[in-house]
Design a protein around this ligand. Structure first.
Ligand code: ADP
Length: 593
C-alpha cells in the first residue's frame, strides 16, 4: 500500500491531458520548422505527434504511426539505443543532445537525435520531444537553421505551457465559483451535505465520498456519490454498511491522523482490501473501479469534522498539485457552507424553542388568570353580601376588616386582569375600537377616578392645561387603561408631599399627553427595560404596593397597537415623565368637536 501525505508541490506523474497535439502554439511552430520533430508520451514512448519533416524522414523506415511506440518508426536503425536514451531522459529530465542512431543496413547513413523533456522549467516525466536528423556535421547555415528551429520549438512549448496554465487556472476559478455558489445557496445542513457529496474534480475525480466525525469522535460515511447511474446503483449497496474505521488510509481516519490532504496512488488493490472491511464492499468497489484516492480534511473552526475523499476511476492516474489545491479550496468552501448551515439550523431551532416556550407561558398565564378571576369575584361578592348586613349585623371593626378584604381582593383582581390583558395582546387578539377622542377630557376623567388616592397620599396636582379641542384617533377604553396605569404608577412611586402634573399638546399629526411626577425616578439604564413584561426597578416604594411589572408593557403595546407610542424620561431622585403619543385626528368633524 502506498500512502503519502501531500505536503507541497512535488513532481507527480502527469494525469490525463489534452496533450501537446491540442496545442495550437506547438502545431503552428513545429509544422513550420524544417527539422524533424516528434513527441512521445509514457514509458512506452508512444508517438503522439510527428511534424511533416519527421513523417517525411521516417517514411521509408517504418513510418510515423501515432499511438505506436516511436521505435517502430526506425526499422533498420538501432532503435534499442533510442529507447535507452528516451528512458533515461524520462527518468532524469535531462536533455540528451546529438546522440547517434546507427543504421543496420551497410552503407546507410547514421542518424542523430536530440531528446528534450516536455518542459525544461517544470519537468513532468512522461512526454518527450525528439528531433531526428541525418548524422552529417552541422555546418554554417544548416547549424544556425537548426538552432533557430530548436529555440522556436522550445519557446512554442513554453508558450503552450503558459497558455495551458492560464486556461487551467481560469477553468479552476470558474469551477470554484460555480461550486461555491451551489454551496452558498444551501442554507440547510442536509442540502449542504448533498451539494458536497456531488462534488468532483473536473480533471480526475470520478466520484466522491463524504465522512463526518461527531463531537464524540464517532465516524460516519455520510454519502458515496457517483455520477454514473449504474455505479451509483452499485454503491447504494454500501450505504450504512461501509463505515470508516481507525487505521483506514483514506477518509475520516486519514483526516484525523493528519490534518492535511492524503493521496493514495499506488497499491490501490491492497488499500481497498484493507479498508473495505468486508468482501461484499470489496467486490462493489472493484466493480465500480477505484483509481487513486485524494482525502481532504473538512475543518470547521480548527476542528476536523470530517473528510471529503475524491476517487479517480479505475484507469486514472495521480492527482497533480493543482488538483490538490482545487480540492482543498472546494472542501474549505464546503466547510464554510456547512458551518453557516449548522449555525442557521441552530438559530432556527433556538427561535422555535423560544417561540414554543413563549406560547406555553402565555397559555399558562391565560388559563391561570382565567381560573383566578372566578374565585376572586366570588370573594368580592360575599364580602359585599356580609358588609351589607344580609348575613346579620356587622360591627364597626368587622366593617373595617371587610373593607380591607375588599381592597386586597380588588388589588389581586387588578393583577389578574393585567395578566389576561398581556396574554391577549401577546396573541394579537386585542381589537381596538378606534374613534375620535377629546384627549383632555379623557385625561380629566382618569384623574377624577384616581383623585381619592392622590388626596389620600397626599400629592398636589396641576389642573389639566392644554387645548380642550385636541382630538386623537384612539380607542377610548384603552386610552383610559393607559392613563390610569401611568397615574397609579406616579402616585405609587412619589412620596407624600410630591407633585404631579399633566399636560396635553398637539403637533400636526400627533397628540402628546405628558405626565410628570416628582417621585423616585428611574435609572437611565432601565428606561427601556421597564417596558418589558415583569420588569420592576427594585425600590422600597415599589415593593410597598405590589404589582407584577406588566402595566407599562401592556400600556406601551396598547399605545403602539393604536399607532402611537409610550416613552419615559427620568432623573433618579427627582422624578419621571411618561409621554403617551397618539395619532391626531384630521377629520373636519373632529376639529369642530
Ligand atoms: P408595576 O407597577 O406593576 O411594577 P409597571 O410595568 O407599571 O409595573 O412598572 C414597571 C416598573 O417601572 C415599576 O415596578 C417601577 O420600578 C418603574 N416605574 C414605573 N412608573 C414609575 C414612576 N412613575 N416612577 C418611578 N418608577 C416607575
Amino acid at each position: 500500500m502506498n500512502r503519502k501525505q501531500y505536503d507541497g508541490p512535488e513532481k507527480l506523474t502527469p494525469t490525463t491531458d489534452a496533450g501537446i497535439l491540442a496545442d495550437s502554439f506547438f502545431e503552428r511552430y513545429a509544422e513550420r520548422v524544417p527539422a524533424a520533430f516528434a513527441v512521445t508520451r509514457g514509458v512506452d514512448h508512444t508517438l503522439v505527434y510527428a511534424n511533416s519533416a519527421f513523417r517525411d524522414l521516417t517514411a521509408t523506415t517504418g513510418g510515423a504511426a501515432l499511438g505506436a511506440p516511436i521505435s517502430n518508426a526506425f526499422v533498420g536503425h538501432d532503435a534499442a539505443t533510442l529507447t535507452i536514451v528516451l528512458d533515461r531522459v524520462n527518468r532524469t529530465g535531462i536533455v540528451a543532445r546529438d546522440r547517434r542512431l546507427e543504421s543496420a543496413a551497410p552503407g546507410a547513413p547514421a542518424w542523430c537525435f536530440t531528446v528534450w523533456p516536455e518542459s525544461s522549467d517544470e519537468w513532468q516525466a512522461g512526454r518527450l520531444i525528439i528531433e531526428v536528423r541525418e548524422a552529417i556535421e552541422p555546418q554554417g547555415a544548416l547549424s544556425i537553421q537548426r538552432e533557430v528551429a530548436e529555440r522556436m520549438l522550445l519557446s512554442a512549448l513554453r508558450e503552450g505551457d503558459a497558455a495551458r496554465g492560464a486556461e487551467a487556472s481560469s477553468g479552476r476559478a470558474n469551477f470554484l465559483a460555480a461550486e461555491g455558489r451551489r454551496l452558498a445557496e444551501s442554507l440547510d445542513e442536509r442540502e449542504t451535505l448533498n451539494a458536497m457529496s456531488r462534488m468532483s474534480l473536473p480533471s480526475i475525480a470520478a466520484w466522491c465520498m463524504v465522512d463526518l466525525i461527531d463531537s464524540d469522535g464517532a465516524m460516519h460515511r455520510l454519502a458515496i456519490i457517483h455520477p454514473g447511474p449504474e455505479e451509483q446503483r452499485l454503491l447504494r449497496a454500501l450505504e450504512g454498511r461501509w463505515a470508516p474505521e481507525f487505521g483506514d488510509p483514506f477518509g475520516a481516519p486519514a483526516a484525523l491522523e493528519r490534518a492535511s490532504p492524503t493521496i493514495v496512488s499506488a497499491g490501490i488493490d491492497a488499500t481497498l482490501a484493507a479498508a473495505s472491511h468486508d468482501p461484499l464492499t470489496l467486490r462493489v468497489l472493484h466493480a465500480v473501479g477505484v483509481g487513486s484516492l485524494l482525502t481532504v480534511p473538512l475543518v470547521i473552526r480548527d476542528r476536523v469534522v470530517g473528510a471529503v475523499t475524491f476517487v479517480g476511476g479505475a484507469r486514472e492516474g495521480v492527482y497533480t498539485q493543482h488538483d490538490v489545491a482545487l480540492a482543498e479550496a472546494l472542501v474549505s468552501r464546503s466547510a464554510h457552507a456547512l458551518d453557516s448551515a449548522r449555525l442557521h439550523g441552530e438559530a432556527i431551532s433556538l427561535r422555535r424553542a423560544a417561540e414554543s416556550a413563549n406560547q406555553a407561558k402565555s397559555a399558562f398565564l391565560g388559563t391561570m388568570s382565567h381560573e383566578l378571576r372566578t374565585p376572586l369575584n366570588a370573594i368580592g361578592g360575599f364580602v359585599d353580601l356580609i358588609d351589607m348586613g344580609l348575613r346579620g349585623p356587622v360591627t364597626d371593626e368587622q366593617h373595617a376588616d371587610l373593607i380591607r378584604i375588599r381592597k386586597n381582593q380588588q388589588h389581586l383582581m387588578g393583577i389578574v386582569t393585567d395578566l389576561l390583558n398581556f396574554v391577549r395582546i401577546g396573541h394579537g387578539r386585542e381589537l381596538y375600537k378606534i374613534a375620535d377622542v377629546l384627549i383632555c377630557e379623557m385625561v380629566a376623567t382618569s384623574v377624577a377616578l384616581l383623585e381619592p388616592l392622590i388626596r389620600q397620599k397626599p400629592l398636589s396636582l396641576d389642573a389639566v392645561p392644554g387645548d380642550g379641542t385636541i382630538v386623537a384617533r384612539a380607542d377610548p377604553d384603552r386610552v383610559t387603561q393607559i392613563l390610569l396605569n401611568l397615574l397609579s404608577n406616579a402616585i405609587k412611586f412619589t412620596a407624600a408631599g410630591g407633585h404631579l402634573s399633566l399636560h396635553c399638546q398637539a403637533t400636526d399629526d400627533a397628540v402628546h399627553v405628558r405626565l410628570t411626577d416628582t417621585g423616585i425616578g428611574i435609572p437611565p439604564d432601565q428606561f427601556e427595560a421597564i417596558f418589558e413584561p415583569f420588569v420592576q426597578v427594585r425600590s422600597g416604594l415599589a415593593g410597598r404596593d405590589g404589582g407584577v411589572g406588566l402595566g407599562l408593557a401592556i400600556s406601551r403595546d396598547l399605545a403602539r397597537g393604536m399607532g402611537g407610542d409610550l416613552t419615559a424620561e427620568s432623573d433618579v431622585g427627582r422624578g419621571s415623565t411618561f409621554t403617551l403619543t397618539l395619532p391626531r385626528s384630521r377629520t373636519p368633524e373632529a376639529s369642530q368637536a
